[in-house]
Ligand binder design. Structure first.
Ligand code: ZN
Length: 112
């Protein structure tokens, strides 16, 4: 089974020299752009394009983690470890609250 760590290592083998030269800030901007493209693909009905954008977003996230020397798998498992970090349940039992300060109707996700 392919792990997140193996994917991150694969991206390191393929791209680390270029990623390191580009640096964290510019790599982060590429990652953000790929997330935007994922959002665009999500609103269309092209399954292949959607899957490609997921791949790009994860690839750039792995590149950014490599530049910043963060082990994605360790970070994810340390925070989530098979349960919600806020309510410690799986599935999550958090109650979503409306954010009153910003008068936004967006729900607050416990992952934030
Ligand atoms: Zn929860």
């Amino acid at each position: 089974m392919v792990s997140i760590e193996k994917i991150q290592n694969m991206m390191r083998r393929i791209y680390f020299a270029r990623d390191a030269e580009r640096g964290a800030e510019r790599t982060y901007r590429w990652f953000k752009e790929e997330v935007e493209e994922l959002g665009d693909a999500m609103r269309k009905s092209d399954r292949e394009a959607l899957e490609n954008e997921f791949a790009d977003a994860v690839a750039w996230l792995a590149s950014l983690a490599n530049v910043l020397q963060v082990n994605l798998e360790t970070a994810i498992l340390r925070k989530y470890d098979n349960h919600c970090p806020k309510c410690s349940s799986s599935p999550c039992k958090c109650t979503f609250k409306r954010e009153k300060v910003k008068q936004s109707s967006a729900a607050v996700d416990p992952r934030q």
